[in-house]
Design a protein around this ligand. Structure first.
Ligand SMILES: *Cc1c(COP(=O)(O)O)cnc(C)c1O
Length: 460
């Protein structure tokens, strides 16, 4: 069905079960922010009106997913639910070994425990924060090699998640023995939810295989990436998104996955690969902390809900709505003169806090300042992706991140267009008082992944 005839983006579903939102006041939210020491991860979700902290595990499951939950089989070993899950994964990603995990970072920890270690370097277009942390935890280096346009918030390049193939080739030539495998994040979450083209994936795959290296996808948003390929890449416009996904999968030798993203789950993940020896090592590590290889830290019912989610996420009606409704927010902010990463990403709108709050220098955390203001003003919870998240170096020093972003991540099938119109209005109000917003300093922080638990205080 074409949606060309109408301007309005309608949700391709109707609501079957509702959750109440708790209305709060500005005064209440200011108290809450102060008590949370200006870290929005520390705020109780009931004090949030529109929660755009993440699209991870926060989506609404469908009627058919809830039905699949009833079909779950909780046998410890060899549950039929595992085989339903495995086959649904293989329908899109036909890898030999499919190993369930409780979420994406468990897949990362197992993979990098198996292949990481001091002196190793793992290239990626842009490492997601947990991927980087799991690589660095083993003593290896996580290297970002996204194309230059990927660092330019204003560039209109259609595939800003692409890898710089020449730099990858040079790194592989120079550090051949130190690279255990190459990762590619689709879509590139930390780089603005930007897609990777099929042509780039194929070029990266060729370079990797010429150097005898395996390529793994960090495939959390594979369906959104495939939809962008269909919309933007020459010769792809008439294809079924399932065929595009299989082409993406064919470029790689394995994948890590958070099923809390495109597979429409509230929890889950997996690790998949063709390499038998590596799979055996990973299964042994899995048993140590996650569970037996046919459930990997998940219940049988979770596995069935994910299998059904994988069938739903490849619907063209769903993906057309998903990508258009994200662009709807980005276009509205653009019209209000609020600087965003362009073009809009798949799962989120990223506000460029450097351009929005030019009076706050990077190590006074403009992204943190903006996200606190969005919360206090309208109860909208967003996420800083900038120097709070990435500024602390493995040696303990501070360096400004490549970009200071605030991410408005949109949970799948959860909020309606009027919720988004409200978010747009909150952003407008924050814009009107932007020049008076204070910077922040960190007064307490843990050794790694500090954005989750650090305490802040406003400066002046
Ligand atoms: C969410 C995410 C992960 C980690 O997955 P979790 O399920 O949160 O552990 C890894 N990579 C990317 C790109 C992600 O978006």
């Amino acid at each position: 069905m074409s949606d060309d005839a109408f301007r309005t983006v309608i949700e391709p579903f109707r609501i079957h079960s509702v959750e109440p939102l708790r209305m709060t006041t500005v005064e209440h939210r200011r108290d809450v922010a102060r008590e949370a020491r200006y870290n929005l991860f520390q705020v109780h979700a009931e004090d949030v009106l529109i929660d755009l902290l993440t699209d991870s595990g926060t989506g609404a499951m469908s009627r058919d997913q809830w039905a699949a939950i009833q079909h779950g089989d909780e046998s410890y070993a060899g549950s039929p639910s595992y085989f339903i899950f495995r086959d649904a994964v293989r329908e899109l990603f036909p890898y030999e070994h499919v190993i369930p995990t409780h979420q994406g970072r468990a897949a990362e920890r197992i993979l990098f425990s198996a292949i990481g270690g001091p002196g190793k370097v793992v290239p990626n277009n842009t490492h997601f924060d947990t991927t980087r942390a799991n690589i660095e935890w083993t003593g290896a280096e996580a290297r970002d090699l996204v194309i230059d346009e990927g660092h330019d918030p204003g560039s209109l390049h259609p595939f800003k998640g692409n890898m710089d193939v020449e730099r990858l080739d040079a790194l592989l030539a120079e550090r051949e023995d130190d690279v255990p495998l190459v990762m590619m994040t689709v879509t590139n979450n930390s780089g603005g939810g930007q897609p990777v083209s099929l042509a780039n994936l194929r070029a990266v795959s060729d370079v990797c295989h010429r150097h005898g290296k395996q390529l793994f996808l960090d495939a959390c948003r594979f369906a959104e990436n495939a939809w962008f390929i269909r919309e933007r890449e020459d010769g792809q416009g008439d294809r079924d998104v399932v065929d595009i996904i299989r082409d993406m999968a064919a470029c790689a030798d394995g994948m890590t996955m958070s099923a809390k993203k495109d597979p429409m789950g509230n929890i889950g993940g997996w690790l998949a690969m063709n390499d038998d020896t590596l799979a055996q090592t990973c299964r042994n590590l899995l048993i140590l902390t996650e569970g037996f290889p046919t459930y990997g830290g998940l219940a049988g019912r979770d596995l069935e809900a994910l299998a059904q989610g994988l069938r739903e996420v490849v619907s063209h009606d769903y993906l057309r709505y998903r990508i258009r409704s994200t662009a709807y927010v980005a276009d509205a902010l653009d019209r209000l003169g609020i600087p965003c990463i362009k073009p809009a990403g798949g799962h989120a709108v990223y506000i460029d806090a450097t351009a929005f709050l030019p009076h706050i220098e990077p190590l006074r955390f403009p992204g943190q300042a903006l996200s606190v203001a969005l919360y206090e003003t309208g109860g909208v919870r967003s996420c800083e992706i900038g120097s709070v998240m990435f500024g602390r170096q493995p040696d303990g020093s501070e360096r400004p991140a490549a970009m200071e972003l605030v991410r408005l991540a949109i949970p799948r099938r959860t909020y309606t267009q009027s919720h988004m119109d409200y978010v747009i209005e909150v952003c407008e109000r924050v814009r009107d008082g932007a020049k008076d917003l204070p910077g922040y300093r960190i007064v307490e922080e843990p050794p790694a992944l500090r954005h989750f638990t650090a305490a802040f205080e406003p400066i002046g």
